[in-house]
Design a protein. Structure first.
Ligand SMILES: C[S@@+](CC[C@H](N)C(=O)[O-])C[C@H]1O[C@@H](n2cnc3c(N)ncnc32)[C@H](O)[C@@H]1O
Length: 359
């Protein structure tokens, strides 16, 4: 996913830097501003037990799949009740990996349904109303509704278990995002349907890595959770600037929750008071960060931040040093594409990995 602040292209930098600091007794890696889950996944692959958390529910869903799922999914009840789900691909005796593809293919071929997404975020559903919106083509909006509805129905009918449920919603979220009629985030939509949004939505199976460890996925403000989470390594990757993830990704939140929220304004924003991040506020960021660092039950704490963030290097160093020996690594980095040509002049930025080895 093209996610603001994603560390996808910084994974080797993170791994190499972290390995220079930690000892070989570390077993639990906590990714506490997990976003897409790409960092937790990387360390899951190295054999760590992962604790992932994020304040956004769509992120919980993504992590519930890529971190929480670590055994094969069989969809046995679903296939038993509806052999036609598998039959669409011509065979019922499918290997475990193929069954995920088959169920996603079945969902991709459903007939569209005029549900919440179509009625509030597509041209056909909103034209002539007070606010006309075009986040998806009519066809994709209706298909998204039909798929989301079907997944919920299967869950209510106990035909899929929680692991299968989160896998399917994660697959839908990651797939539908590729067909959005936006420049990349959901803070605005485009007037005319762009080419990628015109293509028909196809649900691709969201990946997860199978390993032997137990993993935990949480969904809360980290400053509420911090006393209750314990691990060897805390990896912190908070927002760097004032733009709230809750507003940038509100549509993914609604598709994930599918809770018919009250919405308002030009973009159809849902209420997000309880998901406002203090790390996006100049007034609150330092206070929250200090609380988090002082309460952290970890042997090592790492913080990803860049040189243009709300907190200064000195402020971060002063706070992290309260817990032990402080240091940092840096890497030149091409900024996230949606940020280009906006508030900054340079398209390069310096990415910092601050750390403290706790007393
Ligand atoms: C820079 S992004 C993390 C990106 C992630 N490392 C990745 O590579 O996908 C910051 C994340 O922090 C989450 N967040 C913001 N404030 C939070 C808080 N107080 N507690 C937990 N998560 C928070 C946001 O929802 C967002 O997903």
């Amino acid at each position: 996913m093209n996610y603001i602040g994603s560390k996808l292209s910084l994974l080797s930098f993170l791994e190499e830097s972290i390995n220079k600091v930690i000892d070989n007794k570390c077993k639990i890696f906590c990714d506490l501003f997990a976003g897409t889950g790409i960092v937790g996944t990387h360390f899951k692959k190295q054999g760590f037990s992962i604790i992932a958390n994020d304040i956004q529910y769509y992120s919980y869903v993504l992590n519930r799949n890529c971190i929480g799922n670590h055994k094969k999914l069989k969809f046995s009840k679903l296939i038993k009740a509806f052999p036609e789900v598998a039959e669409r691909d011509g065979s019922m005796l499918l290997p475990d990996d193929d069954i995920k593809v088959t169920v996603c293919n079945y969902l991709s071929k459903l007939k569209g349904h005029k549900g919440f997404i179509y009625k509030h975020y597509c041209h056909g559903g909103t034209q002539g109303k007070e606010q006309s919106r075009q986040y998806f083509s009519d066809e994709n909006g209706m298909l998204c509704d039909a798929i989301r509805h079907k997944i919920e129905e299967w869950k209510n009918d106990k035909l899929i278990n929680n692991n299968e449920y989160y896998f399917l919603i994660a697959s839908l979220i990651k797939s539908v995002d590729k067909y959005a009629n936006t420049t990349s985030v959901y803070a605005a939509f485009l007037k005319n349907i762009k080419n990628s949004a015109k293509k028909k939505l196809i649900v691709k199976p969201a990946e997860f890595f199978i390993n032997d460890q137990e993993h935990t996925v949480l969904n809360d403000d980290i400053n509420n959770l911090v006393g209750k989470v314990k691990g060897d390594i805390f990896y912190l990757d908070p927002p760097y600037n004032q733009r709230q993830y809750a507003t940038n990704y509100h549509l993914l939140e609604t598709i994930a929750k599918y809770d018919n929220p009250a919405i308002h304004g030009k973009t159809g924003l849902r209420e997000y008071e309880s998901q406002k991040s203090s790390y996006c506020s100049k007034v609150q960021a330092m206070k929250s960060f200090k609380h988090l660092i002082l309460q952290a039950q970890a042997r090592y704490i790492f913080l990803s931040y860049n040189n243009e963030g709300i907190m200064s290097h000195q402020e971060i160093e002063d706070i992290m040093s309260l817990r032990g020996k402080y240091g940092y690594f840096t890497k030149e980095y091409s900024r996230y594409k949606a940020d280009n040509n906006r508030e900054y002049l340079s398209d390069k930025t310096t990415e910092y990995l601050h750390y403290v080895v706790c007393h």
